[in-house]
Structure formats: C-alpha cells, structure tokens
Design a protein around this ligand. Structure first.
Ligand code: ADP
Ligand code: MG
Length: 248
C-alpha cells in the first residue's frame, strides 16, 4: 500500500488575544490509499484543526502535509485551492448545502465551480444520487429534505469529483443514531466497494468503529492507534474495550 496522505510534525498555534492556543503539538500520520481512518477525540482535542490541515483548508504553523505526493506548503494559495478541489472532498457536521440550488445542482457544485454546466455531468450526478438513494429528489431544494437526506447530498457532492481523499468532520454529529448510521454505512460502502480513502473525525466510538484504524487524539497529540481492520459488522464494543484498556 502506498501513502496517499502524509502529515509530518504538524504544529498549529492560534493567536488568541495576547497569547496563543496550541491546537496541535506535533502530529505525524500516514494514510494509505483505500484506507478508512478515524480520528477520535474529545471536543477541543484538535480534530477539526487536524482535518483542515490534512485537506489543505488551512496551513500548519510548523510541519508539512503531503497529499497524493504534493507538499502543500510549496504551493501558493491558488494552487492550494486547485489541489484541494482536485484531491479532496469534504463533509461537515452542518451539511453546508446551497439553499437556492436543487439537490442535483448541489451535487454538481464541484463541476459548476470549475465552470462546467450541469448537463455535461448529468450521468455522474445521477450515479451519485443513486449511490445515496436520492434519485427521486434530484429537483428538490435542501430545505425540503430531512437532515439525513441533506447529509447524503453533502456526501454525494464530496464524492462528485472522485477525490483521492474524502475528509469528514463529525458528519453524524447533527443526526440521530439511525440516520447517522445510514451515513456511516454509505461511507463504509464507498471505502469497501469504491476503494475510497476516508479520514473521519468523530468524538463518538460508535462512528469510529466503522474505520479500519482509529487514531486517538488528546490535547493536540495522537496518543494511540487502534487497528480494527475492515469488518462488515460495525460493532463498537471491541473499540470501546480497547479504549478502556488504554485508559481513554
Ligand atoms: N480559529 C481558532 N482560533 C483560536 N483557537 C482555535 C481556533 N480553532 C480552534 N481553536 C482552539 O484549538 C483547540 C482545538 O480545536 P478544534 O481543532 O476545533 O478541536 P475539536 O475539533 O477536536 O473539537 C481548541 O482549544 C480550540 O478552542
Ligand atoms: Mg471539531
């Protein structure tokens, strides 16, 4: 397996008033192509900061991120934006759909941003809507959908341009348990059937249990790594047991 994503000694300090917050204190990790990795930790432990750096949304204070062989710090802002669009797809806790666009247009957004018309990508959009089981709702507006459906649109949009890496920040954090499980099942299917590389950030062991490997973050550092392997059942008990053994 070859690494598709590498982080080396990431430090992130945010200036706050007179002082600084040390959000990340030296994080290194490697994600292989096709892997499904969860980054798990309590609120404030640095997960979102880490995901933003891994996806090139923000730059580290120190250290380097390499996405599919491209060292992010060597790029200017425009190249970084283009690289991010080409290589990554993001899913967030609060869906971030465009209210005035239809479901199909929201899914096609990566193509629309690149200057293409929806028509050129209709078959890809239909395929993605089928994947997230929303073919019937292509012409709906986001506010006509349930929360779970909105997140499925966001997931389809994130996958639209066939990104090398899908990055998801608490994608089930705003959903009830059953609806959240639907999203996690879709993530897992895209890893298993499409070979999609996924980095999932979560505070929830039940979500992390879908991953092949769990990195446990605390106070801006990776404290432990738990290898679960690819499992068809997503039973969280083995992970919860391992976390308890580690005193986490
Ligand atoms: N833009 C910012 N400015 C100042 N502090 C920030 C900023 N973003 C995050 N932080 C701080 O960095 C730490 C890690 O935050 P975050 O990465 O959002 O954690 P998590 O996603 O695990 O909840 C927290 O102490 C948070 O308050
Ligand atoms: Mg967060």
């Amino acid at each position: 397996m070859s690494p598709i994503l590498e982080a080396r000694d990431l430090v992130k300090r945010y200036p706050v008033g007179e002082g600084v917050v040390d959000a990340l204190r030296g994080v290194s990790l490697t994600v292989d192509s096709g892997e499904f990795v969860a980054i798990m930790g309590a609120s404030g432990s640095g997960k979102s900061t880490m995901l933003h750096l891994l996806g090139g949304l923000d730059l580290p204070t120190e250290g380097e991120v390499v996405i599919d062989g491209i060292a992010i710090s060597t790029l200017d802002e425009e190249q970084r934006t283009l690289t991010r669009r080409a290589k990554t797809g993001f899913v967030f806790q609060y869906f971030n759909l465009i209210p005035l666009l239809s479901v199909a247009e929201n899914v096609a957004l990566p193509f629309l941003i690149a200057g293409d018309a929806l028509d050129r990508h209709r078959s890809r959009v239909d395929e993605l809507l089928g994947l997230v089981r929303l073919s019937e709702k292509a012409e709906h507006r986001p506010d006509q959908l349930s929360a779970g459906e909105q997140q499925r649109v966001a997931l389809a949009r994130a996958l639209a341009a066939a990104p090398a890496i899908l990055l998801a920040d608490e994608p089930t954090g705003n959903l009830d348990y059953t609806t959240g499980a639907e999203i996690l099942d879709l993530l897992w299917d895209s890893a298993d059937r499409l070979g999609q590389t996924i980095v999932l950030v979560t505070h929830d062991a039940r979500a992390a249990a879908y991953a092949d490997r769990v990195l446990v973050v605390r106070d801006g550092e990776i404290r432990d790594e738990i290898r679960l392997g690819r499992r068809r059942d997503h039973d969280a008990k083995p992970l919860i047991r391992r976390l308890a053994e580690l005193g986490l």
